[in-house]
Design a protein around this ligand. Sequence first.
Ligand code: PLP
Length: 364
Amino acid sequence: MDAVWATPGDVIGLHVGEPSFPTDDHVLEGARRALDRRQTRYVPNAGIPELRRALAAKVGRVNGITADDDQIIVTVGGTEALFNSLALVVKPGDEVLIPDPGWPNFAMMVILLQGIPIRYQLTQDTNFQPDHLALEALVSDHSVAIIVNSPSNPLGTVMTQKAAADVLEVAHRHDLWIISDECYDEITFDIPQLSIATAIGSEDRVITCFSMSKTYAMTGLRVGYSVLPAAVADQAAKLQEPLIACVSAPAQWAALAALEGDQHGVVERRDIYRSRRDRAAALLGNLGVRFLRPDGAFYLWVDVTDRASDDVDAWALNLLHDRAVAVAPGTTFGPSGQGWCRVSLATDTDLLLEGCRRLASYGH
Ligand code: PLP
C-alpha cells in the first residue's frame, strides 16, 4: 500500500480487498436516524439487543447456525471478532494453527497475544483445503486453537464438507478450539458457504467470526460479530470492556438497517464479483496465465512462478514500477505464497481487465 501511495501517476490498484461499491442508502439512513435520535452514548459491551437479535436470525437463515441472541457478540469488524476470540482462548506461549497462505492479521494477532502462530500449508495437492495429516503433524502440547477461513482470503476457496470434518476431528482429538473466519460468507459463486459450526460435535468448540464489511460494502463503519458456544459467550462479552467497551452505536444501527433492509444489493454485488471473476479468468486463461478459480470472496490467486523466479515481492514492486499495476505478492500471506500473487476483484471491471493484461505480458 505504501509503495502504491508513493508511486506517481495513475496506478491500477488490484492489491486491496475493499468493495468498489458505495454503501447502500438505507444503511447510511440507519446511522443518520441514530444520530438524529442522539444515540451517541455507551451501549452494552455485547452490542445493542436489537442487532444481536437480528444477527441470531441471520446466522440461522443464512448459515444454518442455531444460536440464541446472547451467543452473539457485536464487534469492531470481523477483525475484532477474531481478536476477541483469540484473546478468549490464547495465553502467552500457546500455539495457534493458522492457514498458509492466509490473511496476515491472523499471525499478527496471535503474536500480539504472545502466542505462537504455527502455519499449516494449503497446497495444490489437497486442492488448497486443510488436510488432517498436515494439521495432525503440527499439533503439540501447546496447541490451543485452529483458525480456518472460508471463503479464503487470498485463495477464494470454500471449505469442503470433508475438510471441515477433518478439522473438527483433529480439534476433538486434541481438545482444540476452532476459530472460523467467515467474513466473506455471502460472497460465494457456485457452491454455498459451509459453516463448520453446523457440523455435529462442533457446538462447544467452534467460534465463528463474521463481518458486515464485505457483504454490505460498509468497511469503514466497522461492524462484525462472533457466534460463540453458550458457555463462553458471556466471557467474550466481558472481554469487550477492556478491548473496546462497545461498538459505535450509530454504526450498530446502520448494521441493523443493512440486515432489515432490501437485500438486492447483496445479490447484485455478488453477481458483479462473479462476472469479474469469469471475465478475468477467461482473459488470463487465454493469455496463458495459471490461476486458482475462486469459489468465493473476491480474489484471484495467480501463479507467477515462471515470471517472478523466487522473489515475488521484488516482482510485484517491479510490476508496479514498470507497468503501474499493484497486486499483493503471495508472500504477504505466508511463505507458501512464494511464486503467487493475489489480484483483487473488488476493483472496477475495465481496470481489472487492463491490469490483468499488463500482468500477463510482464516478466516472462
Ligand atoms: N478476515 C479476512 C479473511 C479478511 O480478509 C478481512 C478483511 O479484509 C477480515 C477478516 C476483516 O474485515 P473487517 O474487520 O472489515 O470485518
